[in-house]
Design a protein around this ligand. Sequence first.
Ligand code: G3P
Ligand code: MG
Length: 247
Amino acid sequence: MPLPLPRWIAHRGGGALAPENTLAGIRLAARLGFTAVEFDVMLSQDGTPVLIHDETLERTTSVCGRVADTPDAVLFSLDAGGGEHIPSLAEAAALCRQYGLLANVEIKPATGYEVLTGEVVAREVAVLWRDAPTPPLLSSFSHEALEVARQVAPALPRGLLYEKVPDDWQTTFQRLGAYSLHCRADRLSNEVLALAREGQVPVLAYTVNDSLAAQLLFGRGVASLFTDRLDLFAPETSLYKSLHLGG
Ligand code: G3P
Ligand code: MG
């Protein structure tokens, strides 16, 4: 089943307008009219999937330490910016479902936890979005995580994520039964786009905060762009409308 991929996806929840990977960010994206959000999910020491990008806490909270070594009781007490807490996947799912947002759940395993993270996140996503009209799109740089996600929740669509797409991407894409190809916007070649078009593979590119770059990428056939600039590309802005090329 094709996913209703919008032109713009709010990156790390609310982009730059809210603390990244927080409920405030997701709420803001929804209020600005975004219909899809991407966020990063890692396991705590207790094995709970939580929204956070880095393996360590210092950039986005006021303490140091590794996420994988931090128990829930500590993790959920931290300030993730603006008084927001680090959300659990369950909290983010509830909000996405409440607002009808398409979620791109990026499985972001700490090093060494690839299989466990893929397994736990896929299993939990399948339960949290059970009977939802649109399933979330799982994605990961980790092929191991995607492989195990496929085993535990085969019905969930998977996005194969790269910085730069390698020449043999189609082999991996087929092996993992992927739905979409995600990659860094400034590393996207015309060869990859041509092959994706031929195979009817949606291409999603990150992170685009510039309207000229966006226009070029949409013109080259990219389906969706991840952006931090929710202020520029919210569906109600004129800039968004001028770039919303038939999507
Ligand atoms: O999923 C797209 C993008 O979020 C990947 O990069 O580092 O922002 O998670 P990063
Ligand atoms: Mg991400």
